[in-house]
Write a new protein. Structure first.
Length: 110
């Protein structure tokens, strides 16, 4: 019985440690990645006001039109690309893409 409690305690501790190491996709964590990969076209604020954004006629990421899309839709667009937007599949990790989706969501509040 004593060994069983000890084993359960070790397993619980290992589980807590594993959960603490799982990255959480948050928009503020993805800000540097957005700046590096997206801001050239979408602008630092996501409104598409950059010269490249105006040339390509990119969408304002804070707009209701973009914000009403599901997370799955935004993930697919970032992953596979759409129209003139390049695909980031194989260039970004799934958790980075998830972070970018969270960052796009945060632009609605700005």
């Amino acid at each position: 019985m004593k060994n069983m409690r000890k084993a359960i305690g070790v397993a619980a501790g290992a589980l807590l440690l594993a959960l603490a190491c799982v990255p959480v996709a948050r928009g503020d964590d993805a800000a540097p990645l957005f700046k590096q990969k997206c801001a050239m076209c979408h602008g630092a604020d996501g409104k598409g006001d950059s010269s490249m954004g105006k040339t390509l006629k990119v969408r304002d990421l804070s707009s209701a039109d973009v914000q009403k899309q599901s997370d799955a839709d935004l993930t697919a667009i970032i992953t596979k690309g759409k129209n003139k937007m390049p695909a980031y599949e194989g260039k970004l990790k799934p958790e980075e893409i998830k972070g970018l989706v969270a960052y796009v969501r945060s632009l609605a509040k700005k």
